[in-house]
Write a protein that binds this ligand. Sequence first.
Ligand SMILES: O=C(O)CCC(=O)C(=O)O
Ligand SMILES: [Fe+2]
Length: 328
Amino acid sequence: MIKTSSFPALTEAAVQLTDSQREEVALLAEELGRAASGALDSPAWLAAARAAAVRMPDQLLTAIREFRYDAGPEGVLLVRNLPIDAELSATPTALGSVQRTATTAAGAIVMVLLQLGEVVAYRSEKSGALVQNVVPVAGQERQQSNAGSVRLQMHTENAFHRNRPDYLGLLCLRTDPTGDARLCTASVRRALPMLSGEARRTLFEERFMTEAPPSFGGSGSVPPPVHAILRGAPEDPDVLVDFNATHALDDGARRAMAELNAAFERATHALDLTAGDLAVVDNRLVVHGRTSYAPRYDGTDRWLHRVYAVADYRRSRVDRQDAGSVLD
Ligand SMILES: O=C(O)CCC(=O)C(=O)O
Ligand SMILES: [Fe+2]
């Protein structure tokens, strides 16, 4: 078991909003709370959110624009001091909980993700809500899901899905009171130079298979039977792997995956998210996970909002019925 303290913190690519910039974002988000009766999954609310997103402070828009052009060596954009609702309710405790009404925090995370692409959700996951809660759930401790509290293995988000998100945003509403829960990220740009030539060659070959969670079904989410873990430019590839759900199809492939896992371990940053911190992860370059921790289930636990975005909305149209935001 790796100790959290052995992962260096991520200091690059951080945008610290000033208090007046935070207020500007809060005003936009509050305005959004009144749009379309605050029904944030509705097309009318999303249209209002797109219009509001372009009015965010210039410094933030510029940082997002640069990240969209190139996510950098770490592939993570950290935005600090975003607005969170003053009167935060108790941390939800139910499985699959989501945010359907437009609070300040929900408006803020959606606006940021809308500057990277279009926001999407998956029908079989968290009832297809665009803003989802990442909270620990009693009885789920050992699950390899965000409701669990054992260490969450490094993964590409929704790796099995042909239209997996290009970006995911995790906004902290309530800081973990135990201080142990950390979002872990590791970029393939950092891991690649640590790999042997043989591992690299193997990872570029279609010798792996990734299972969909049982809850997902239907033609839109049937994974290709086999896939490569590294794809694209040999010197700067995309990565597609879930160390809990991806299986190597032969011994050589298994060795290569183990080598990759070790390289990611060495490349891992642990992010100690506090209320108002948003981590945006480029899901093509970065795998993420979470350290283990001990939740209390008393309303004071760590609470994040999660939102997904795709860079090419058109490409996902085949999986979006009625042209909505929810993918099958
Ligand atoms: O809890 C975290 O920090 C990350 C959980 C996660 O992997 C996710 O919600 O996609
Ligand atoms: Fe995840």
